[in-house]
Unconditional design. Structure first.
Length: 313
């Protein structure tokens, strides 16, 4: 059995283990779920089920492994009510309730476009500025490589991506994963699934994206750019090439990842950039992350610690 969500795939679970986390897997009668264990000081540990489903087996495993709570990504109100109903039917443990998590593990809004259309249709549905910027990057002779077989020096491409991650983090004040996180991801996840796209201009890598091809969907995971060369519009061509490759691989959708509609600060630029690739598509909104309380004591301590951290910040 194979789950349609990449974050529930065996490839992602293996990567999580390589980064040092314990994982668990439950599968029976058409049910499939991967669980990632997160450890915290004082309150011990909790389970996280990324974009996965819920069953009583999760409660039993959490109690057995002494996890204080189970964090799940809830799709919609119907999904939330279903979990609440299941919890009320289970009984037998002191927690037994589901509450909104203090922060979301995954973006609440994602931008997913249909790429089954003809190439011409996809271009026509873009905002004129996006379409213009793709053509401008091509005119400026920006070169994009997205398959390892086409990359003459894989290590150079990886190192340049990591350099750009640091440059982007410093410029935008955004916190990225540690360098080793990306190295392990690239080393662990099969190259048939994960591609590192590099854009070169005047023989220098000026932008790079990590893209996953899984099932019927291509997913933009991470990207970084050198702002010094922003006028050649390389990020637009990087995304367009990944979309074309996704179509060639038989994917039906291209997932740009998180957006924040109405955000006027950190997310406004990236949201505007992503939405430009389709004027006819609306973001998909999730309810966000919720915590199923298994140990009331440990969960209360955790929430108090979260409030103290917020106050200190």
């Amino acid at each position: 059995m194979k789950n349609k969500e990449f974050l529930q795939s065996e490839e992602w679970r293996k990567f999580q283990e390589v980064t040092g986390k314990r994982t668990f897997h439950i599968e029976h009668d058409g049910f499939w779920v991967n669980i990632v264990e997160h450890k915290l000081p004082i309150v011990s540990r909790y389970f996280y089920v990324p974009r996965g489903d819920f069953s009583e087996d999760l409660i039993n495993l959490a109690k057995k492994e002494k996890a204080g709570w189970i964090r799940v990504d809830v799709e919609n109100e119907e999904n939330l009510k279903s979990i609440e109903k299941s919890l009320s039917a289970i009984g037998g443990f002191r927690g037994g309730k589901i509450v909104k998590a203090p922060h979301d593990m995954q973006p609440k809004e994602i931008f997913l476009i249909d790429i089954t259309k003809l190439e011409k249709e996809l271009l026509n549905e873009m905002k004129p500025k996006t379409r213009y910027n793709i053509k401008l990057a091509e005119k400026k002779n920006v070169k994009v490589t997205g398959h390892w077989s086409l990359v003459t020096d894989k290590n150079k491409c990886v190192n340049e991506f990591l350099r750009l991650v640091k440059v982007t983090a410093e410029r935008k004040g955004v916190k990225f994963h540690p360098e080793n996180y990306y190295r392990k991801m690239i080393e662990t996840i099969d190259s048939d699934i994960l591609s590192l796209y590099c854009a070169e201009y005047n023989n220098k890598v000026i932008a790079a994206n990590l893209v996953v091809f899984y099932g019927d969907t291509a997913i933009y995971l991470h990207g970084a750019t050198d702002d010094e060369y922003r006028n050649v519009m390389a990020p637009y061509l990087l995304q367009w090439q990944a979309i074309l490759d996704a179509k060639q691989k038989g994917c039906k959708f291209y997932d740009f990842g998180g957006v924040k509609i109405g955000d006027k600060n950190n997310w406004s630029g990236i949201t505007k950039f992503k939405l430009g690739f389709s004027q006819v598509t609306k973001p998909i909104e999730f309810l966000g992350s919720y915590d199923i309380v298994v140990s009331l004591v440990r969960y209360r301590v955790y929430r108090i610690m979260q409030k103290v951290k917020s106050f200190v910040r």
